[in-house]
Design a protein around this ligand. Structure first.
Ligand code: GRF
Length: 200
């Protein structure tokens, strides 16, 4: 399966996918990496792996719709089977979902439906939960609301900071992403009444 991965930061989730794809039996390859900003480690990781990259900055476009159309065109040019948002800090828009809806995955560092949005680990810590985690879901037109593919639980330690908690979540997140993207790539998946099932 052809994966296009979208990033906005350090790209450790991307790196986990790049490493997994090196094994031909994994059943997927990262054909391109897109970002919403320049100068991030995620793009450097792609370049080191010899994977084509593209960047679409919101500021370079007159409005969100134009940005979304440009992003959609770049992703489409790589003919993905799956698009994986791995730490991508933008909400994809109408054009994007019309084109790729149902095969866009996103990983979120909280146990949905708890703590949606940009600060999952911080919100979980502030709330005082004892268990948080990460969620892999199929993107719909909401914010972190799509049908759930997989989740992994992560304990919160009494001395956790946002960073220490997020790092522990990211360890679980990378494993969850690699395992489930591989299964979806090899086995296919269907979604019925918000239930995601592997198989064609
Ligand atoms: C991940 O925890 C992702 O869920 C969140 O930001 C982090 C990105 O990490 N949105 P990386 O860029 O994959 O290292």
């Amino acid at each position: 399966a052809r994966l296009v991965v979208l990033v906005s930061g350090s790209g450790t989730n991307l790196q986990a996918l790049l490493d997994a794809c090196a094994d031909p039996s994994y059943g997927a390859s990262v054909v391109a990496v897109g970002a919403d900003r320049d100068g991030i480690e995620g793009l450097a990781r792609a370049e080191r792996a010899g994977v084509p990259t593209f960047v679409h900055r919101l500021a370079d476009h007159p409005d969100r719709a134009a940005w979304d159309a440009a992003l959609t065109a770049s992703v489409a040019s790589h003919e993905p089977d799956l698009v994986v948002c791995a730490g991508f800090m933008k909400l994809v828009g109408r054009d994007f979902l019309d084109r790729f809806g149902g095969r866009v995955l996103n990983t979120h560092p909280a146990l949905s439906p708890s703590f949606p949005g940009m600060h999952g680990p911080a919100d979980a810590l502030a709330y005082g939960v004892k268990v948080t985690g990460c969620t892999l879901f199929v993107v719909d037109d909401g914010v972190d609301t799509g049908p759930i593919v997989a989740q992994a639980a992560v304990e919160v330690h009494d001395d956790d900071t946002v960073d220490s908690l997020h790092e522990r979540i990211k360890t679980a997140e990378r494993a969850m992403l690699v395992e489930n993207v591989g299964r979806m790539a090899r086995e296919g998946f269907t979604i019925t009444d918000r239930k995601v099932r592997f198989g064609r």
